[in-house]
Design a protein around this ligand. Structure first.
Ligand SMILES: [Zn+2]
Length: 241
């Protein structure tokens, strides 16, 4: 009985805080940015060249960005934490009330390019970051503007965009809206098209590439991405109503 009461109290308080958060967002008190760490322990995403699940890279990068923002007095929300499981539509719905939804992922290549290296499936086909926007998002033009700002910052910091998603093969063929900045159009990415705010999906590095995987694990790499996100957020805050 005691355990049941404690569980009930926990569920009630969680529900209360969720409702409080929704109410806050409805009245315009949301933070401007919501970060979405892609995948989850139940749906881990790609597998890196050393055999690690993608969601761990995404969670690590999001927590670095979140900490980096907090150190600069900037708040953000996060769609998923820990072992929580969320559908793509639930992630998109959480964007409501924010000015930018940024989904954070780490990239792979088509299976045809994977080969065995030290017992794992890896590839040297592609490396670098990619940015995606969806024309089906209700704020497509703003999403593209913010993606350009983030892309310019990343390029200025020395990041290289990857163009491998534009290759004319099955599974790719994504229109490259800006090859110099690595911005692709991917209309049916569910988190982007259902996001109730301007939305960008970032593939920070190609983790099936052994060099890119090592780079993605480096704290300096994560802090540089975080700095680019901080500056993008400041642009969003200075230009949006
Ligand atoms: Zn992913």
């Amino acid at each position: 009985m005691g355990l049941f009461r404690r569980k009930l109290a926990l569920v009630t308080s969680l529900l209360f805080f969720c409702l409080l958060h929704v109410a806050f967002c409805e009245f315009g008190f949301c933070s401007d940015l919501i970060l979405d760490p892609g995948h989850s322990p139940g749906k881990p995403g790609a597998t890196s060249c050393s055999g690690l699940p993608e969601y761990q890279f995404n969670d690590q990068l999001v927590s670095t960005i979140e900490r980096f923002l907090a150190e600069r007095g900037l708040a953000c929300d996060v769609t998923r934490r820990g072992r929580e499981e969320l559908s793509l539509k639930e992630r998109g719905a959480k964007a409501r009330g924010h000015k930018l939804f940024l989904s954070v992922h780490h990239d792979s290549v088509q299976p045809v390019y994977l080969e065995r290296m030290h017992g794992q499936l890896c590839s040297r086909k592609a490396h670098g970051y990619s940015l995606f926007v969806s024309q089906k998002n209700a704020f497509f033009e703003t999403s593209l503007l913010y993606a350009r700002v983030l892309g310019e910052l990343l390029v200025a910091m020395g990041f290289q965009p990857s163009t491998h998603h534009g290759e004319a093969i099955k599974g790719e063929n994504r229109p490259l809206l800006d090859p110099r900045l690595g911005i692709y159009q991917f209309d049916d990415l569910v988190v982007l098209k259902t996001s109730e705010a301007p939305a960008i999906l970032l593939e920070a590095a190609v983790i099936v590439h052994p060099d890119d995987e090592r780079l993605a694990q480096h704290p300096a790499f994560q802090r540089a991405i975080a700095e680019a996100v901080v500056q993008t957020l400041r642009f969003v805050q200075n230009t949006s109503p």
